[in-house]
Design a protein around this ligand. Structure first.
Ligand code: AMP
Length: 298
């Protein structure tokens, strides 16, 4: 269905009978990463809504918006066996008034660091559309991938501020067998570029493993050096930050574990990826056999 009114009518019965509504917002070109969120929602909720909407206001690069993969019919077919109840596919006119100006979102470091610094306006567009979608769907739980870790942190903050009854749930990154984080934009990579892109996840995993014996600055600098010297990879940033505040990690702290995030251009595509760096306490809990690649590929 493609209108807010039709969706709300369809959800009325479920809501009135106290059923829990789970929501998975996507931009389509679905892959196993998206389907993992749908599976989590299916397991945790009575009714599951998936939206497919390529949100123009979050694209700071017009070329990226133009080339973004679109395949709604294939997506609907991929969703059929997952037990999704409703697929919401609004038009731009359904979500935005003509000439609507998206307001700025200022959550401090959460919105202004990392992707916020390199993609001006991007998170304004993300927050604008997710707020509208939350208002339309009125879910009890919403599911987002840790692949977009900063986005998840921002949407958890949006939930705390504006939708206090909503649970915003993060789900682990799903990767290709060789480690590349699944992404709709991967479809735009040639076979050779896909091979080149493997340097990103390999570097993050290897850097995270170095945290066991190196200080944060050395880990970050090592990862940056690896990525800048990888042929065909053009990194924008590599940063080690707190998983909760996104403030730079200056020293390892059990109570404030870190995450290593990067964005890098490979061929025509800007890729992002991240790897949580186990704290000493987490390493003790998981045991000495932990290895980031094993922990994250699967
Ligand atoms: P997108 O369609 O790229 O806007 O993504 C929709 C949702 O799927 C977001 O919450 C993403 O974080 C999540 N997602 C995208 N790729 C992955 C992945 N490889 N693993 C887990 N979640 C993902």
């Amino acid at each position: 269905m493609s209108t807010v009114q039709a969706l709300q009518n369809a959800l009325l019965k479920a809501r009135n009978s106290g059923q829990k509504v789970g929501f998975v917002p996507t931009m389509g070109a679905l892959h196993d990463g998206h389907l993992s969120l749908v599976a989590r929602a299916r397991a945790a909720c009575d009714v599951v809504v998936v939206s497919i909407f390529v949100n123009p206001t979050q694209f700071n690069n017009p070329q990226d918006l133009e080339t973004y993969p679109r395949q709604v019919e294939t997506d609907v077919a991929l969703l059929a066996p997952t037990g999704v109840d409703f697929v919401f596919t609004p038009t731009i006119a359904e979500m935005y008034t003509p000439d609507e100006v998206v307001e700025d979102t200022d959550y401090g470091v959460l919105t202004h660091s990392l992707e916020g610094a390199f993609r001006p306006g991007h998170f304004n567009g993300v927050v604008a559309i997710v707020r509208k979608l939350f208002q339309a769907v009125q879910p009890n739980r919403a599911f987002f991938g840790e692949k977009d870790f900063q986005q998840l942190a921002i949407l958890q903050e949006l939930g705390r501020r504006e939708f206090p009854a909503l649970e915003v749930i993060g789900c682990p990154i799903i990767r290709e067998p060789e480690g590349l984080a699944m992404s709709s934009r991967n479809a735009l990579l040639s076979d050779q570029e896909r091979q080149v892109a493997l340097a990103i996840s390999r570097t993050l995993f290897a850097a995270a493993a170095r945290a066991a014996h190196d200080p944060p600055g050395a880990v970050r600098d090592w990862a940056w050096a690896q990525l800048t010297s990888a042929q065909g990879v053009d990194p924008e940033y590599v940063e080690l930050v707190s998983r909760s505040t996104l403030e730079p990690t200056k020293q390892w702290k059990d109570a404030d574990p870190a995450i290593l995030l990067t964005a890098a251009q490979v061929g025509p595509v800007r890729l992002i990826d991240n790897c949580q760096v186990p704290s000493a306490a987490e390493l003790r809990a998981i045991g000495e056999h932990w290895h980031p690649a094993e922990a994250q590929i699967g």
